[in-house]
Design a binder for this molecule. Sequence first.
Ligand code: HDE
Length: 688
Amino acid sequence: MGKLDLSKGGANHQKATGEDDRMTTAQGHPVADDQNWLTAGPRGPQLLEDHIAREKIFHFDHERIPERVVHARGYGVHGHFELKEAIPELSRAAIFNEVGVKTPTFTRFSTVAGNKGSPDLARDVRGFATKFYTSEGNWDLVGNNIPVFFIQDAIKFPDLIHAAKPAPDRGFPQAQTAHDNFWDFISLSPEAMNMVMWIMSDRTIPRSFRFMEGFGVHTFRLVNAEGKSHFVKFHWKPKLGLQSVIWNEALKVNGMDPDFHRRDMWDAIDAGDYPQWDLGIQVFDEEFAEQFPFDVLDATKIIPEEDVPVRIIGTLTLDANVDNFFAETEQVAFCTQNIVPGIDHSNDPLLQGRNFSYLDTQLKRLGSPNFTHIPINAPKCPVRHYQQDGHMAMTNPKGRVNYEPNSWDQGEGPRETPGGFESYPEQVEGPKLRARSETFADHYSQARQFYISQTPVEQTHMANALTFELSKCQEMRVRTRMVGHLRHIDEGLAKEVADGLGFTELPEKPKAAKDPITDLKESPALSIVKNGPGSFKGRKLGIYIAEGGDAKVVSALKKAAEGAGGMVEIVAPHVGGAKLSDGKVMEADEKIDGGPSVTYDAVAVVMSEDSASRYNADKPSIDFVNDAFAHAKFVAYVPAVKPLFEAAGVWNYMDEGFFDLSDADRSEAFIEACGNVRFWDRESVKQD
Ligand code: HDE
């Protein structure tokens, strides 16, 4: 009969060709009854003998693995990276040299602080980690949607995360930084101030993963075939542009749909609307690094795009949802140490610490050094080495040789390869010491640069966010210490926050390790509003219809939104939809209380006057209109909705962000206006 084929086996819910539907245990025993535990008599005690029930419960008891200590809540998607411009002069990495080749990828987006079940729209940094399955092994670019970090040295990471996560005594608050421990730690860590500006901006409440940037954060090296090295920073630029929600929306979305971001990604990919990001590189040499006013090894600093332009070299397309969330999204293991020949690390002390941490955490989480055998982690190029055994070893090599050097014939075992990975031979010398380089001492200049690069609307949002977060701190010393730091960044901002917190005078500025540079230029690349989508592509219109609504208007709106590459959802008072003016029933995607306006980029309300009078006391209907107004959304309407708009307190305040569609042809102008994301002028208006 020969040897067993060991590549066969393992559980699968779907039958393979030629197999039947027979249910079995994990040992392959056919199961006749999966509903009743073996008992002694129909009402007697259960018997431990029941190997079928015990195996089932045993497996269930062990279903959970530890969640990630950070970035626990994440969402993974398959895709590919296509190189558009080869860069052999900079890097010998195959992935950067073969134009047009599609390298398979797996990307996982995440929030940092919340647990696996926390809501998607927590104010938090988003992880943006991509595994490239290159022909020379896996390259993991484990980045965030913010290009700087809180701390400069990895040794502080456990403290940062302890401070951000729920307090150890009370176990709350979950998935938020608005509490004493976090701001206590931050206000004692001036190096965090640049990051504080970023996290208090709307970057931490993105509209969707599809509308946010990604950054490798650290300075890495590119090394070419001659061994020449350049420094590089990696950027992901979303083709759809940048867009965030506003805080009040985030609060409501979290209650309404805690899966808002993952649902958005699933839906877009399911609909074939594949999100894309360009991969950009900022390349610079030692000479630039020497004269740059900040240390390029300090992960709390950016290099402004206006100083070193971002050069686009390829595109990432996310085009397939996972088949199984656990097997792929949960089990994927990113490691910053996964780099390929032609890419190398720099001496950034945060990056170097990460290189230890990621490998270590995978062992704890996935339980075995063989986590590379799990399909989502396994390289897609040949893998040949002499590592063996361990828990769950799936791919132990065949044959006798498992050591080297060896003198077995060619082909018996792998050999070292000329041209394999070589570290850049950077000259290193110096005393062994624990010290922070003087070149890392500037803590405020770039924080200020970020703040002055924002539009007034964004600056207001930052002041509001800081006031809100600090208002949740009960300890006065924490509040005052933080406002003291803000004075080094911008006196106006400090004053606004101090007023918001009810201070009667501004607190002292703390002593700065280095005097801030106050004349750094504005960097328009840092603003979300200045880098918005500019169109309705990839965005969602919610049309609230009710009986008698003008069918022509609804269809013109649908046509305009879909024509611009957007999605449309119909919302109605009842799940069954509503009969429109043409006598036909239009089906609804959402019932009004399941489709509030906060879940849409723009909204329209189309109903007869009778209907508008009928729903003008209905809270979800009023909220739909009122929230759309309060969140500065573009709103399309027909005049018949007056009774509802009056009840919502907006009829007398309609501005140019409202589009009267008595003339259905205005639908296109409405959708075009939505390219501006919001009618920002409205934010300062007070309603009834
Ligand atoms: Fe991470 N980080 N991190 N981090 N990080 C983890 O690795 C760590 C940092 C980032 O979707 C952990 O597999 C240290 C910066 C992402 O699976 C852990 C330090 C950046 C993800 C870890 C940092 C990141 C992680 C937890 C300070 C942006 C999610 C689970 C030196 C450039 C990856 C895991 C995924 C995950 C450690 C700082 C991004 C514990 C020690 C800076 C996107 O290893």
